[in-house]
Ligand binder design. Structure first.
Ligand SMILES: Nc1nc2c(ncn2[C@@H]2O[C@H](COP(=O)(O)OP(=O)(O)OP(=O)(O)O)[C@@H](O)[C@H]2O)c(=O)[nH]1
Length: 386
């Protein structure tokens, strides 16, 4: 768990009242997973909602205030910075050390010297497969490397590294499409994924990332199933001066609807909408997340502007199945690959590029708040090989 999510801010004593049913929470599908709390209750905001947000709640059909906008009165003091923070490139390299160690050790033997022959290609094939690149990407890379070898007239195994790096960079480069958030205001980003993939922590990291670019951010605590996810976001929002729209034990779609209305009323740049974790095989939950998307569209017809699947890199080739299933259900526009630091399966990016390419917007290589950055194919390849 992130340290910035670990620290909990004790909530103030809060009166509770029963909410009215929310009309935007259409009854197309029953709430798929009962919330842990028996009856939804109202969390009164720590600071009174500005009038604009009240308007937003009226617009959303909530006669009474049922979502809470948690707004800290003042940002927490910044934690003392370490003497010198490693650069992103250093952290990327450190984060990819497991994949690099596995790949690098095997490749060091291959690239050590000697002739380029069939035995060498066979060994290279094994190395790529064990780095979780998958059969299709491995076959593609081998063919590409062979072509480069013959085009460049390479003879010695030591020259193979450059050819492989170029082939891999070419394969994964199409995934490098940085997210453009300027075109819409608010730009609504919906995050989906299986349990524990890193959605909530990625939202915290993204909020910080966009704040550092001078953008205003609002968070929708749409993971109404796991209470700790809402608390994570609320605590994080309080410490970083970001408004969090939350509802205790309520409906994810309604939370997202209210968040968008609040963001519109306040002129917020970016809405980050969390959702509960689910497996693609849990069909009722996949239907529920489709409903969340539909309700977001009701709040704002062109939204969500980005539907991101958050993937845990540790699952290797299984990531492909998740991409296909969530893409079919939601129409994905982007991916975030987390926990590349904890795995030797970083090659899965090549598998995604070959078999089901969806833009890889961000990669996560550590637990620190700065360890999520836009994906750069060349940086990634360099960090993997050098
Ligand atoms: N090492 C490492 N850990 C990460 C990274 N991203 C997320 N985590 C950790 O992964 C764990 C799960 O993260 P969450 O954000 O709670 O996952 P989630 O997808 O919101 O989980 P659910 O709400 O259960 O679906 C936490 O302990 C995070 O600290 C990463 O890039 N590297």
């Amino acid at each position: 768990m992130f340290s910035f999510f670990k620290k909990k801010t004790p909530p103030p004593a809060q009166p509770e009242k029963q909410p009215e049913p929310s009309p935007e929470t259409d009854a197309a599908a029953p709430a798929p997973t009962p919330a842990p709390e028996a009856a939804p209750t109202v969390t009164v905001p720590t600071a009174p909602l500005p009038r604009a947000a009240d308007e937003a709640d009226k617009t959303s059909g909530a006669g009474q205030l049922k979502t809470s906008a948690v707004e800290p009165s003042s940002p927490a003091p910044a934690a003392p910075e370490p003497a010198r923070r490693p650069s992103w490139t250093e952290r990327l390299k450190a984060g990819l050390s497991k994949t690099r160690d596995k790949l690098g050790k095997s490749l060091a033997g291959l690239f050590g010297g000697g002739k380029i022959d069939e035995d060498l290609y066979e060994e290279l094939e094994t190395v790529l497969l064990t780095a979780d690149m998958g059969v299709d990407a491995t076959t593609h890379l081998l063919k590409d490397v062979r072509e480069r070898v013959s085009l460049r007239g390479l003879k010695d195994a030591s020259e193979l590294k450059g050819a492989l790096k170029d082939a891999l960079a070419d394969l994964i480069e199409p995934l490098e499409k940085p997210l453009q958030v300027e075109a819409k205001k608010p730009f609504v980003i919906m995050l989906a994924g299986v349990n524990g993939a890193g959605k909530t922590t990625s939202i915290g990291k993204l909020a910080k990332y966009y704040q550092s670019q001078g953008k205003s951010v609002l968070l929708a605590a749409g993971d109404t199933f796991r209470a700790a996810a809402r608390e994570q976001l609320m605590a994080w929002g309080e410490r970083n001066n970001v408004t969090v729209i939350a509802q205790q034990g309520g409906d994810a779609a309604a939370v997202c609807f209210d968040a968008i209305k609040a963001a519109e009323a306040r002129g917020i740049d970016i809405v980050l909408a969390d959702t509960a974790g689910r497996l693609p095989t849990q069909l009722h939950l996949m239907e529920e997340i489709r409903k969340v998307k539909r309700v977001i569209q009701k709040a704002r017809p062109d939204a969500p502007h980005e539907v991101v699947l958050v993937l845990d890199a540790n699952i290797g080739q299984n990531a492909l199945n998740q991409v296909k299933a969530f893409d079919e259900a939601l129409g994905l526009t982007g991916l975030i690959l987390t926990k590349l630091d904890g795995t030797a399966k970083g090659g899965v990016i090549a598998a995604i590029a070959k078999q089901h390419p969806v833009p890889l917007r961000f990669i996560g290589v550590g637990e620190s708040i700065d360890d999520l950055r836009p994906f750069s194919a060349r940086d990634y390849v360099d960090a993997l090989f050098d």
